[in-house]
Write a new protein. Structure first.
Lengths: 99, 538, 256
């Protein structure tokens, strides 16, 4: 079989990057950046996920079909999120606040 | 060519050879048996509904029992009949053959999916026998989570489990169609039946998990007080509806796309003509699958969803009708100037064309938010979805079952009886459901066991139609079963149709093809009509 | 029907194509009983070759993971709705989760993804079974550590009555209903994740046993690869769960 064999050093590098990302996430959480807090945290989480997907899960060296399958999963998840939030954000009243 | 003595039906005897089979064809028959049983159960509940609605008063069942009747009818018919029907029976049987493969990609997972289906069905059966669920098949919160005192969790678990059967089937089909095609079987040489099932499988994969988690949340709220939808905790019952319909709307496309695949095949075979607009039909299947995920909010127009969201969902709902319409135009163009023979599968196809069109157009009525406000939760909606699901999907299922029956069983059924049944089904169906459009439009609400006397005539017509329809469904059960024992042996290609499945014996051998076929052209090559415009030359 | 056709038809004749492997006792259409091309012992016979089997298996696991994305996605959806509706309550609730345990668990899972990747690599490069099993067991161990920490966290919550339902101690909160909602989501999300973890560890036990029985080398390691995909996915879910549950509004400090 002609699968790509990644060097161990690559795995260690990714591992280090993931650990750094985790520490960064925790540290940033203690600073008040307003709404950017969420952006940064989700951004770092997304990068970490991407690293795991690309390198630990070998998608970097996989077929285009695999890429499409992975991407479509997240794409349809985004559809669920955005269309539902479209409802909640345009209701004009907050959900569930017992005021 | 005569069928060899050994085929998938007699290759191995005894219960174990069937219950532990890895042959996709045998698994298809396992599914056929179980979904027929569930169809009968769902039909029983339908009979109770129509019996009660014969008179304005509530004299057959108590109100609580009536709620359980329509709930169980919906649950059984949607989750245990319609969603599996064509994919699990015809899809399982035909897809490997149509692409030139020996089996699906994961035969053991295929068998597992049947066992999962049966397990889920048993849970639901237990729920039914213990008194049923009364929430409606839609399980809306907060009734289902807080107030209902029926067997919600048992039924929910049954549906949850069966959802995995659907997921595994879709997974199997996707991998099979991508990776198991015979040499030369390019995407655009695939039968449209395969395209339809590919699109269906996409929906199964992407949508079913969402209803699974939603059911889990309902069960968690009921059992563990984890109140995700509980207004007392700031929860929103409408969130349940969003999550529920995110799956359940695409689910209706799971029900109809395979039927459309059947119609594409049947229409070609019985017009003796290649499909008009092959790529349009292929791409429209994908379009339906994708756009179908963008319209679920049209079930929430009056639920408390924002008007703005309603607007967006309404526009998208109009858009999703377009690929369906494209298919209808292309099927019609295929039949036009074809050499049409009115064999029973074609009768079902014609029925489908008319009834699906009506059902689809009334869907557009409902997609218009302004009109939906008036007919929401009336019999207009009930009639609409029965036109699609019964007039569309079930017609497609029966048409496909008849078309491929000689291949599956190796026997020919009685064509006169089949034609009669098709007509009875068509007449019975319209008598049952057309009056419901009228009843709903003039105001009769759905899920009511009593109604004002002015609706009685329409309800009596509907119940009468249901009896006729029942006859139309029982007849095939009889003559198809009879054909297994006493029908004439079928040749490989009884209809004179084109496709890989008609080139192997009826019934097929276990491994389908003795030798891997090498495909050199599209599978449907009906002889083109030759227009002779000679002048003076013989 | 298939005899006498030229190779350009669907049935090219007995010369081309892959002969069928007959089931015992079945003669097959062409009369062959048991003649077939030599192949890897792990090749399943509905596949043409190992490459096709590997590709199908990997694609199958990826499609399954897509269903898992949508499965967890429903919970993230609920979280999204309620956090945007009740940010203060969610903040208050999140502050009572321990960053130490959550952060430790995150590190543990990331580490386990490393050991998993190395386990796959060990099989892929035909390293001795001992080495393969070693990495797999390390992964299992780290997964168990994760679960142990979850037990600690859960029992802390039970002790303090921070559990939704009849025993919820509303008095200790400024926003009791929103906090109860947060913890409903917390328990369902982390509970479901933990269940996937348990399944993953069980899966790894099976893989470890197979590796111990010398079944994996560079010509066949698909089960390890495919189980690895599942394991990494469970890690990715936690990568998102950790900041979303543990790190809401920490900059306000405790007691805001």
């Amino acid at each position: 079989m002609s699968a790509h064999v990644a060097p161990k050093s690559l795995y260690y590098t990714i591992f280090a990057a993931l650990m750094v990302g985790t520490v960064l996430t925790v540290v940033v959480a203690f600073f008040d950046l307003g709404f950017l807090n969420n952006v940064v945290m989700l951004g770092i989480a997304s990068v970490k996920a991407l690293l795991v997907i690309l390198f630990f899960m070998h998608v970097r060296w996989s077929t285009r079909l695999t890429w499409v399958v992975v991407a479509s999963g997240f794409f349809f998840l985004m559809i669920l999120f955005t269309f539902t939030m479209m409802d909640y954000l345009t209701r004009g009243w907050l959900v569930g606040t017992l005021r | 060519m005569e069928a060899p003595a050994l085929n998938y039906l007699n290759n191995g005897h005894g219960a174990a050879s069937w219950l532990l089979t890895k042959d996709h064809k045998r698994i298809a028959l396992l599914y056929l048996a179980s979904i027929t049983a569930f169809f009968a159960l769902g039909g029983f509940f339908a009979m109770m509904i129509r019996l009660e609605l014969l008179t304005p008063a509530g004299d057959v069942t108590s109100p609580e029992m009536y709620n359980r009747m329509f709930t169980m009818h919906g649950v059984v018919m949607v989750f245990f009949f319609l969603i599996p029907s064509i994919p699990a029976v015809l899809g399982n049987f035909l897809i490997p053959i149509m692409i030139g493969a020996k089996d699906l990609a994961f035969p053991r997972i295929n068998l597992l999916s049947w066992y999962i289906y049966v397990l889920g069905g048993l849970f639901t059966l237990v729920a039914a026998l213990s008194g049923g669920v009364d929430t409606g098949w839609t399980f809306y919160t907060p009734y289902s989570t807080a107030a209902a005192n029926s067997h919600v969790i048992t039924a929910a678990v049954g549906i949850f489990i069966t959802g995995f059967s659907s997921i595994l089937t879709g997974l199997n089909f996707i991998v099979t169609i991508h990776r198991m095609r015979a040499p030369g079987m390019t995407w655009f040489r695939l039968p449209l039946f395969v395209w339809a099932h590919y699109a269906t499988s996409l929906i199964m994969i992407l949508g079913t998990p969402v209803i699974a988690i939603t059911i889990l949340m309902v069960a968690a709220e009921r059992a563990l007080h984890l109140g995700i939808f509980d207004p007392a905790l700031g929860g929103d019952p409408v969130l349940f509806q969003h999550l529920f319909w995110f799956y359940s709307h695409p689910a209706v496309y799971i029900m109809i796309l395979p039927a459309m695949g059947v119609i594409s095949e049947v229409v070609q075979a019985f017009s003796r003509k290649n499909i008009f607009g092959y790529s349009f039909i292929a791409f429209s299947s994908l379009a339906i699958a994708v756009i179908g995920f963008l319209v679920w909010g049209h079930h929430l127009f009056v639920a408390g969803q924002s008007t703005y969201a309603g607007l967006v969902f309404s526009v998208l709902s109009f858009m999703v009708a377009v690929p369906s319409a494209i298919k209808v135009f292309n099927w019609t163009a295929t039949i036009y100037k074809g050499s049409v023979s009115l064999d029973s599968p074609m009768l079902y196809a014609f029925g489908f064309l008319g009834l699906f069109t009506i059902g689809g157009l009334t869907g557009l009525f409902l997609g218009a938010m302004g009109l939906d406000i008036h007919v929401h939760d009336t019999y207009f909606v009930v009639a609409h979805f029965h036109y699609i699901m019964v007039g569309g999907a079930i017609m497609g299922y029966l048409g496909g079952l008849h078309y491929w029956w000689p291949k599956i069983s190796g026997r020919l059924y009685s064509e006169p009886w089949a034609k009669l049944s098709a007509v009875i089904v068509f007449v019975g169906f319209n008598l049952t459901f057309f009056p419901q459009f009228i009843a709903g439009y003039i105001g009769m609400p759905r899920r009511y066991h009593v109604y004002p006397p002015e609706f009685q005539v329409l309800n009596v017509l509907s119940s009468a139609g249901a009896s006729v329809l029942a006859v139309g469904y029982v007849l095939p059960l009889i003559y198809l079963t009879y054909s297994i024992f006493a029908g004439a042996k079928s040749p490989a290609d009884p209809w004179g149709a084109k496709g890989l499945e008609w080139e192997i014996p009826s019934p097929p051998p276990t491994e389908n093809f003795g030798i891997t076929p090498i495909v050199t052209h599209g599978t449907h090559q009906y002889a083109p009509r030759i227009e002779k415009k000679e002048v003076g030359v013989v | 029907m298939s005899d006498g056709h030229t190779p350009s038809e669907h049935y090219p004749g007995p010369v081309h194509g892959v002969p069928v492997h007959a089931e015992p006792g079945y003669a097959g259409l062409s009369g062959q009983v048991h003649g077939h091309v030599p192949h890897h012992p792990k090749l399943q016979h509905h596949f043409d070759d190992m490459d096709q089997q590997v590709e199908a298996s990997t694609l199958g696991m990826w499609v399954f993971l897509v269903t898992e994305i949508m499965f967890f996605g429903g919970l993230f959806m609920a979280y999204l709705v309620y956090r945007s509706a009740q940010p203060d309550a969610f903040q208050e609730a999140s502050a009572h989760l321990s960053i130490f345990w959550g952060g430790l668990n995150t590190a543990v899972l990331i580490f386990s993804s490393l050991t998993m990747a190395l386990a796959v690599r060990a099989a892929q490069t035909s390293l001795p079974p001992k080495v393969q099993v070693g990495w797999i067991v390390a992964t299992m161990f780290l997964g168990s550590v994760f679960l142990g920490v979850k037990v600690i966290e859960y029992s802390d919550k039970f002790r303090e009555s921070i559990v939704p339902g009849p025993y919820f101690n509303a008095a200790m909160w400024t926003h009791p209903t929103g906090v109860e909602m947060f913890y409903s989501l917390y328990f369902i999300m982390t509970g479901l994740h933990a269940l996937h973890m348990i399944i993953g560890i069980a899966l790894m036990a099976v893989i470890a046993w197979m590796a111990w029985r010398r079944q994996f080398d560079s010509s066949y390691y698909t089960p390890v690869e495919v189980s690895g995909l599942y394991w990494h996915f469970v890690d990715i879910v936690w990568i998102f769960l950790f900041p979303l549950l543990y790190l809401i509004g920490r900059h306000y400090g405790e007691g805001h």
